[in-house]
Design a protein. Structure first.
Ligand SMILES: [Zn+2]
Length: 309
């Protein structure tokens, strides 16, 4: 596996993983100036976060990480927080409030190690069974914000943007306006399909638009290669097309499982994880006012597992 800290502008870097389209390999961001730094997200495991921090020390010796911004509460963005015990951990109020609904490391490990009697256990074991969560303690945010907040990292202005629900119940983007760089968290995926945990596909489209509205030119997604504005626009338009298809099926009374199958066949493209279109279809069904749409992490993973078989 090759992971590297790639410079994006005078004061920003992205932690990226080559050839990693699987679950759990999230990108991180660094903003550094005048001996101080802000880190956007940590990694899924302690080993992966140590790898990131070693690369950080190698590239920016003597620079101190004083702030960690968590783009949302999924473990692949937060379960390394404990390795930065002196840093302030910041996220939006909506994101922080959702922490109690997340699967914790023990629950995820137990799911992966359960007897593979169902599609959901096999799916979890296949995609998450290779990660070792030993020693992970979930560290919540030490400070929250709503709306938009400006912070200074050395001499660099950084905007924290509360995107609201979309990928998760509360997503946060980190924008460096003077350098045209934005760290999007999982509001954007690149080279792979969107996961809609929040229950609203419309909200995901709005988040993409909010990101485009910042004017940023270099957008680091939560997973996959760095994008430009054209890439983010294409991603937004893909979500719109998926939403149009799913909405038509909802109005025609097509059951969700069947609709998700058709949406996958129509929009699966060549991206990784077309089974995630189950969550996008479910989000569109909720947006259309359909009752009884599954919600919550386990039910949505179950739906994806069903579509993957
Ligand atoms: Zn993620």
């Amino acid at each position: 596996m090759t992971s590297h800290l790639r410079p994006l502008s005078d004061s920003t870097w992205a932690w990226l993983h080559d050839d990693r389209t699987g679950w759990g390999w999230s990108n991180c961001g660094v903003v550094a100036s005048e001996g101080t730094a802000l880190l956007v997200d940590t990694q899924f495991t302690l080993a992966a976060t140590r790898n990131l921090l070693d690369a950080f020390v190698g590239a920016l010796p003597g620079v101190r990480i004083e702030t960690v911004v968590n783009s949302h509460q999924n473990g692949d963005h937060t379960w390394g927080n404990q390795l930065l015990p002196d840093a302030e951990i910041v996220t939006s109020s909506a994101s922080a409030a959702h922490l109690c609904h997340e699967m914790n490391p023990a629950q995820l490990t137990a799911l992966c190690q359960a007897a593979p009697s169902s599609a959901v256990v096999s799916y979890a074991a296949k995609h998450f069974g290779g990660f070792d969560f030993t020693g992970v303690e979930v560290m919540p945010a030490t400070r929250t914000f709503t709306g938009r907040e400006e912070v200074k990292v050395g001499t660099v202005l950084v905007e924290l943007l509360d995107l609201g629900p979309g990928h998760s119940a509360g997503d946060v983007a980190v924008h460096i306006p003077d350098e045209g760089v934005l760290f999007a968290g999982d509001a954007i995926f690149s080279g792979m399909h969107m996961v809609v945990w929040s229950g609203s596909l419309d909200a995901c489209v709005r988040s993409c638009q909010s990101i485009l509205d910042t004017g940023a030119e270099t957008i680091v997604p939560g997973h996959g290669p760095v994008l430009d504005r054209v890439g983010v626009t294409e991603f937004r338009d893909y979500l719109l097309r998926v939403g149009e298809s799913a909405d038509a099926y909802a109005r025609a009374g097509v059951p969700l499982d069947e609709a998700a199958r058709r949406v996958r066949d129509e929009h699966g493209q060549s991206w990784a994880h077309p089974e995630r279109l189950y969550t996008a279809t479910a989000g569109a069904y909720r947006d259309a006012g359909i009752q009884g749409v599954p919600e919550g992490t386990f039910a949505l993973v179950e739906g994806m597992a069903g579509l993957a078989t």
